[in-house]
Each structure stands twice: as C-alpha cells, then as structure tokens.
Write a protein that binds this ligand. Structure first.
Ligand code: PBG
Length: 323
C-alpha cells in the first residue's frame, strides 16, 4: 500500500496539523431571550441552561459573555399577551422592552455586535410572522410593519438586522427603508432558507409565540426542498443582503453547502432550539458525552460551509474551553 491515510492520524500533533475546520469564538452568535421586569432570570423548561433575562440581568449576561470573547448577540423578546395585536405595533413602540434592550446593550457595550430579529410573531396576537386577514398571511401589507420594525432597531443601535419572517421582497424593502433614513451602514442578515421545521418548538415555548392557528407552511420552506433555497438565496443577494442564513442547521447541512457553493456572501447557520434541546436531553440521560457531542455538531456546521453559527451552546463552549 502506497497510501495509508492512517499515517496522518497517528499522533495528536499530526492530527492537529492536518485539521481542516475550526470553530472559534469569532464565529459564534449567542441568541438571548429577554423579558419585561426587573431582576428576572427564568429557565426555559425545554432548553436547560437557557434563560429569559430582564434587561438588567441581560446586561450582566452580555458582560460575562464579552469577557469570554463572545461578542455577537441575537436578541428575542418574550412579550406579554396584553401587548400583542394584529399589526404588531409593540414592535416599534419607542419604550418597548426590545428597543430598550438594544439601546442599553449598545450603551454599555458599544463594541458588542447586536443582531436584531425582524418578524411579527412575538408581537402578533395571531402568533404569525405576517398580518393575518381571513386566515391568510398577507405578504405586501406585512412589509410595511417589517420596515417600521427594522428602522426602529437601527435607530436603537442595531448593528445587523435579521429578518426571520420569510415574506417575499422583505430584504429589498428593508434595505430601501434603512438607506432612505441614513442607515446604509446597518447590515442585513437574511434568513434565506428558513424551513417550516419541527425544531422551533422550544423557542416558541421560550417566547410564548406559537401560532394561534394553522402552521407556517405558506411562508417557511418545505423541508423536502433543496433547489428552492437557491431561489431564495439569489433574491436576497440581489435585494442587498450581507449574510445568507440557513435554518435549522444540522438537518440542513446539504443546504448550507449548496448556498456556500453558489454565493460569495458569508453563510450563517442557525443551530436552533430543538437541536439544542435534543442534545441536552440525551446528555441529561447520560447517553452522549457533552463536550464531544457539542463540539462535533458545531464543527460539522462549519465544515458544511457556515461562516457564522447562531447557537445556544455559544457560551458554554467558551466557558468550558471546549474549542
Ligand atoms: C420567528 C423565529 C423563530 C425562530 C427564530 N425566529 C421561530 C419560528 O419561526 O416560529 C426559531 C429559533 C429557534 O428555534 O431557536 N420569526
């Protein structure tokens, strides 16, 4: 045998020398859940180790992440049912929980990268990502709300706006609104290939944002489709996106790879709540080795072609020095 691939695996030094993929703090984005009130920190029951923070505790959490070198955060609000309405008006009210949180984080930690979620669902009385009329999700009317929300986020100091709603034309619409108001420097990370996935369940528990009727299949993508992701990615690129996102991550590594091969834009992947819950449940049962399972998942997402990973594991991998 002339070729013996095992020779390149014979020692730790050689294995590291030929290692192709790395995950570092710089690649990680930490999603954080926020809730109204003071001194609140409540664990999400389906996501052990993940909490909803009031703004004061959010600042403490951000500080401890910053000290670990974790500097990018994606914020998601848990909104009181009484503030929800058909047009998600709470999403752009000046004194709302979310806008206050963005302002406070940017004031205390100007060097942190704050990513904001643009979608109606946490604020919608129907729990959908668009305006509902006679049981239908309206596309073009929703763009107006998304534009107001994105502009409010930019004014509050968001570094990157991340539309997760899957309405057609929203990236171009938001880009235009931002540019028209002098925010041409604010980036857009588009959820380009966002699938109608079972793996968002724990997130909807965290935010109490599950749809009140039906499902999200008229706007989120069919898990059976790959080529359709190219249509979405092309449109988002033409409309001015700075990042393209694939979501969820682990069941869609082929889609990450496909987009990587078809665009020069950086790809982000969202290792979603259900992926986190699945790993944590197996670890709690003693069925998986925690460090090895988590680092393998993150490495695989990078290997498939993701530049950035949104993951609930972000803090623990740094805290435990697993990378
Ligand atoms: C909603 C939104 C969802 C997630 C991020 N933004 C859920 C959904 O579409 O219902 C899911 C994230 C996760 O599961 O971790 N716009």
């Amino acid at each position: 045998m002339l070729q013996r691939p095992r020779r390149n695996r014979k020692s730790e030094v050689i294995r590291q020398m030929v290692q192709e993929t790395y995950v570092s703090a710089a690649n990680l984005i930490f999603p954080l859940f926020i809730v109204d009130g003071e001194n609140q920190k409540s664990e999400v029951s389906s996501m052990p180790g993940i909490y909803r923070y009031s703004v004061d505790n959010l600042l403490r959490e951000v500080e401890s992440c910053m000290n670990l070198g974790l500097k990018s955060f994606d914020l998601f609000p848990n909104i009181d049912e009484s503030l929800k309405d058909k047009y998600a008006t709470e999403s752009y009210r000046e004194e709302s929980l979310y806008l206050r949180a963005i302002r406070e984080v940017k004031k205390e930690f100007p060097e942190a990268c704050v990513i904001t979620d643009v979608a109606m669902d946490p604020y919608s009385s129907e729990g959908h990502d668009g305006i509902v009329e006679n049981g239908e999700i309206l596309n073009d009317a929703t763009l107006d709300v998304l534009g107001k929300m994105a502009l409010a986020h930019a004014r509050a100091g968001a570094d990157i706006i991340a539309p997760s709603d899957m309405m057609d034309g929203r990236v171009g619409y938001i880009r235009q609104v931002l540019d028209d108001h002098g925010y041409s420097g604010v980036s857009i990370m588009s959820y380009s290939a966002k699938y109608a996935s079972a793996f968002y369940g724990p997130f909807r528990d965290a935010l109490n944002s599950a749809p009140k009727f039906g499902d999200k299949k008229t706007y989120q993508m069919n898990p059976a489709n790959q080529r359709e992701a190219l249509i979405e990615a092309d449109l988002d690129e033409q409309e001015g996106a700075d990042f393209l996102m694939v979501k969820p991550a682990l069941p869609y590594l082929d889609v990450i790879k496909l987009l990587k091969d078809n665009t020069e834009l950086p790809i982000a992947a969202y290792n979603v709540s259900g992926e986190y819950a699945m790993i944590k449940a197996a670890i709690q049962k003693g069925w998986l080795n925690e460090q090895r399972a988590i680092t393998e998942v993150l490495t695989s997402i990078r290997r498939a072609g993701a530049t950035a990973i949104l993951t609930y594991h972000a803090k623990e991998v740094l805290l435990n020095k697993w990378l």
